[in-house]
Design a protein around this ligand. Sequence first.
Ligand SMILES: C[S@@+](CC[C@H](N)C(=O)[O-])C[C@H]1O[C@@H](n2cnc3c(N)ncnc32)[C@H](O)[C@@H]1O
Length: 246
Amino acid sequence: MYDQNVYDDEKFFNGYFALRQTKDNYNVLIEQPAMSKLICAVKDKCVLDLGCGFGDNCAQFARMGAKRVVGIDISEKMLSVAKKENSHETVQYVHSRFENIDTLNEKFDLVYSSLAFHYTDEFDVLMKKIYAVMNEGATLLFSQEHPIATATIDGNGHYNYDGDEPVSYTFSHYNKSGKRTVEWFVKGVQKYHRTFAQVINAVAQAGLTVTQVVEPTPDERALSIRPSLRKEFIKPSFLIVKAVKK
Ligand SMILES: C[S@@+](CC[C@H](N)C(=O)[O-])C[C@H]1O[C@@H](n2cnc3c(N)ncnc32)[C@H](O)[C@@H]1O
């Protein structure tokens, strides 16, 4: 069972909060635009957002006309921002691990998760639990850190440069899945590495049909705002998977 709630660590939270306030972060320039293109119509639908964080996506679903939105997060600090900044009459925030969704007594038309699944060690089980809370025809859309980015044990991979120009990326331990401990705002941040095959197989073996896989790259606008994003053409930071329950 996932045993860390690092977003409630004050130093981590402050660092992450400050990062998300910036206008040129990776979420804003790469991950969110790619996810937005894949979101299905949610008008009059029920949406479940796993690891909803500050609740920006929950609020977006509400604005898109969702009948009901449930946002789940393990972090009280993240949820307190969500309740303050992104409350809406159709949005309910639940303080829980998303591994507990089998205790929810309802089903959803869209299960959404942005950059949270690399924190769970129970991905195969989670996929089965997600399948169980999806209506027939429902969509699962999630992003996570890309397996190439999570692979290396004891630290992150690194880019190699020719002068100022990034030319390659070095990583290791790709086929050794399991816990990774990295430094990000604080030491000892735990996440879990799974290979691309393990991610896709877990979705498929839960009974879902994968309809799209995206390894997003920055567009011209993003590159003009943050030229260093050209590194994404060497190694993607994110993996996005869309699947349906037929
Ligand atoms: C990178 S943040 C993303 C937040 C939000 N989805 C977004 O895109 O802005 C990851 C979030 O997942 C939450 N999280 C991580 N593991 C979780 C778990 N097992 N159950 C519930 N929430 C979890 C964290 O507390 C954090 O709010």
